[in-house]
Design a protein around this ligand. Structure first.
Ligand code: GLN
Ligand code: ZN
Length: 783
């Protein structure tokens, strides 16, 4: 390709989906973990997935195809093993890291992973896992300390390069870059230390990798440094420069490409464009406005990779916008200095529209999954080369036109209602104190009232009944009768042990976002649109394509039924607007804030309907509020403003005496506590037990005005907490929160736990609340 590269733009991808068309890799990995398949079977599944990806890209006209973007679990963990940074407790004794050690780091040994649907696992000895930038993909956090040493400890990138070469494809191996790797790491052991101090030890291993790849005949190597999208300290920028000066000099036979994605370069632009590498990749989907600055700062002969096809979302490219853009850049820098690519790895979108028989032609025409995006990249490469493909262009224009005008997407009534929302609509009728008094009169709960977060165990029987109903094997009446029995048993149990504010148990829900998406207009669902969330876990996010409204009540039937079984106040359960937004593929043709507002209005109607049905408390879950935060601090205030407003609009339709709860489950929200208070929920339940109420530090300095339930039962663990333990946690909370405002509840929903654990744990929780009541701390001091 060396000859052609001088005059013709190069199409490439930064990474490709890797779970397989039918989630083969997930199935193979799980079979291997459960002892039902041998390592060779798992490896064969991996080879199959890799080959399929490479060949699909080749067939679609991608010039430069990645390797080492495949992973058996996570690409950050792959790097951890490549550089031999295996934490000591896994007993690794040098040499190449084997698959069982690899999985041990990810999943722990001897402890099963637990999952609550909010993307967290509970294995005690596994390395921590956290979200990859602002995606719903989770990586395994590198553990770093002043004693950390690195050495080349895996042959994976070399094997995969050779494997592709045998198929006739000279790939571009892809690695998490050294500065991103260190920045994503967490200090272990010695308290605070400067992770960047490890860079000089880390770089020689990268250099060795480069040498080996050059020996094997590699031409290009890609380093992902999405830290360029973050706020960087001067030392971090300097480290990036130092790293690439070193690596570029280490192996002159290779061309290095450094990729930034997920955000604008902003004040890191100069540091980025001064890297002495062969090519730089920028995310022009997220930061289209940065192109001119980038062109101005780019130094010849550095090539520019334009990330112009959205790698994070499922919408078809709009050539009317992207074609002129690539043509303009081709004219400015010359086509030979240009690469055309998706904005980021295609890991974050589903593989193909081929297996979506349930999506109608109209909707399909607006979408592009990974395979379809390959076609877009190759079209735009041709455009940049001055070759026009009028048929493709016309089809694209027709789809874009229909998306702009389709009555399925654009519904005037929804737009008008959202446009008419006022500040008053985002405000409850009275301030909290008045509402609290009204709610106390209505609910007459004891001090330290007990409740749960909503879901109860989703047993095999519950899942099986739903599956049979979806297949049509049982009728809706039969399914609903089944759910009523489950709800009845759940309510009975809560009455029996004395839960003060029961819930119906959410047995009708598969997923807290999907359930609502299926009942709202404006959402579509793929049949096979899986994307990797972590390890073998995949999610199938709803596709939010149009104006959202609610054709009818979504949850009222179940909450009202549950309420009919008990005199205790039943808590209704909704998923909040920001969480529905965050966990969906969201339309890109209007501001996310407006989409959130439309969802909020639909939820507001649902809350009002619950109230009309006699429900005295409604919980609106926002576990994803924090993860919606922009990567850069400067973007936080604007986001928080519309996110908080959307929540408030969803909640503010109910009367003062209806109690609004919310729930969140990410431990670090000290830095957004002011916004959490601004939600003005009457009660917030939060995850705290694992950090032993560390979270409450924020409440010591910030006086949280409303009621609060700090979780006392870690639902990510199968362990049943004892009464004393929960009393102790509540005493810690009592130190910073007035007793009259405290609730007693678990950390999160119970759907991943078994009844055998939940029964004793909740009974202990009620016993703990009774002990606190008996202590009388909620009574005003005498005198
Ligand atoms: N109400 C939901 C449940 O209990 C909340 C889940 C969550 O926070 N992720 O399952
Ligand atoms: Zn939760």
């Amino acid at each position: 390709m060396n000859e052609r590269i001088q005059t013709y733009p190069v199409s490439h991808t930064l990474g490709y989906p890797r779970v397989g068309e039918h989630r083969e890799l997930k199935k193979a990995a799980e079979a291997y973990w459960h002892g039902k398949a041998a390592q060779v079977d798992l490896e064969a599944a991996g080879r199959h997935v890799r080959a399929a990806g490479w060949l699909a890209q080749k067939a679609a006209g991608i010039d430069l195809i990645p390797s080492n973007d495949f992973s058996h679990y996570d690409q950050v963990l792959d790097l951890t093993c490549l550089v031999g940074n295996v934490p000591r407790r896994f007993g690794w004794d040098g040499g190449n890291v084997d698959l069982s050690t690899y999985f041990a780091i990810a999943r722990g040994v001897g402890a099963a992973g637990a999952d609550c649907g909010c993307g967290r696992r509970g294995a005690a000895v596994a390395s921590e896992m956290t979200k990859w930038f602002d995606t719903n993909y989770h990586y395994i956090v590198p553990e770093l300390g002043p004693d950390t040493r690195f050495s080349l400890s895996s042959g994976k990138p070399f094997d995969e390069f050779t494997e592709a070469l045998a198929l006739g494809i000279r790939t571009k191996p892809v690695f998490v870059g050294p500065v991103t790797y260190l920045r994503l790491g967490k200090a272990h052991g010695a308290g605070e230390f400067d992770m960047l101090s490890l860079l000089p030890r880390l770089l020689p291993v990268y250099a060795e990798v480069l040498r080996r790849l050059a020996d094997l005949g590699a031409d290009w190597v890609q380093f992902d440094e999405p830290v360029f999208s973050l706020d960087l300290a001067p030392a971090e920028r300097a480290a990036l420069g130092e790293a690439y000066r070193f690596l570029a000099g280490a192996e002159p036979r290779l061309r290095l490409l450094v990729a930034n994605y997920f955000g604008a370069l902003g004040d890191n632009l100069e540091a980025f464009t001064s890297l002495p590498v062969a090519a730089l990749h920028a995310d022009l989907v997220r930061a289209p406005g940065e192109l001119d600055a980038l062109l101005g700062a780019l130094r010849a002969p550095t090539k520019l990779s334009l990330g112009v096809v959205d790698g994070r979302n499922v919408w078809r490219a709009d050539y009317a916008r992207t074609k002129p853009l690539v043509e303009r850049v081709a004219a400015a820098v010359g086509p030979g200095r240009l690469l055309i690519a998706p904005s980021c790895s295609l890991l974050h979108v589903p593989l193909t529209l081929r297996n979506e028989p349930a999506l109608d032609a109209g909707l399909r025409s607006w979408l592009a999954f990974a395979e379809e995006k390959l076609g877009e990249v190759s079209f735009l490469r041709d455009s940049a080369a001055g070759i026009s493909r009028p048929l493709d262009e016309a089809a694209n224009r027709a789809a874009a036109d229909s998306r702009r005008s389709s009555p399925r997407i654009h519904r005037q009534s929804v737009k008008l209602r959202a446009a008419a929302v006022t500040d008053a609509d985002a405000r409850r009728a009275s301030p909290f104190e008045a509402r609290q008094a009204a709610q106390r009169r209505r609910l007459s709960l004891p001090p330290f009232p007990t409740t749960t977060i909503g879901s109860f165990p989703q047993t095999d029987a519950v899942r099986a009944a739903r599956a049979r109903w979806k297949k049509g094997a049982i009728s809706t009446a039969e399914y609903e009768a089944f759910l009523e029995v489950e709800i009845g048993a759940c309510v009975d149990f809560q009455e029996e042990i004395g839960i003060d504010m029961p819930v119906h148990g959410e047995f009708e829900r598969n997923d807290m976002v999907e359930y609502f998406g299926e009942r709202l207009r404006g959402f579509a669902f793929s049949s096979n649109g899986w994307v990797q969330s972590y390890g073998s876990r995949c999610v199938k996010p709803p596709i939010l394509f149009g104006d959202v409204d609610r054709p009818g009540p979504m949850t009222v039937r179940w909450s009202a039924f549950a309420q009919s079984l008990t005199p205790r106040p039943m808590k209704g359960m909704l998923t909040g607007p920001v969480t529905i937004l965050e966990w969906s593929f969201v339309r890109d043709d209007q501001d996310r804030s407006l989409t959130a507002l439309q969802i909020a209005l639909a939820l507001r109607d649902e809350a009002v309907d619950l109230e009309k049905a006699g429900i005295a408390a409604v919980q609106i879950d926002e576990p994803a509020l924090r993860e919606g935060l922009p990567l850069r601090r400067a973007g936080w205030p604007a986001y928080l403003e519309w996110a908080v407003r959307a929540f408030r609009v969803s909640a503010a339709g109910v009367r003062d005496e209806t109690q609004v709860h919310t729930h969140m489950c990410y431990a670090e929200f000290n830095d957004i506590i002011v916004s959490i208070a601004a939600l003005d929920a009457d009660v917030i339940t939060i995850e705290t037990s694992r950090s032993a109420m560390e979270l409450l530090d924020a409440f010591a300095t910030f006086r949280y005005p409303n009621e609060i339930g700090p979780g006392v039962y870690d639902i990510h663990s199968p362990r049943v907490p004892g009464v004393e333990e929960m009393v102790t946690l509540m005493r810690k909370a009592l130190a910073v929160i007035p007793a009259v405002n405290l609730w007693v509840n678990p950390d999160c929903g119970l759907k991943t736990r078994g009844w055998d654990e939940v029964r004793p744990a909740l009974a202990n929780m009620v016993a703990a609340a009774r002990i606190l009541r008996a202590e009388g701390r909620h009574r005003p001091a005498p005198g």
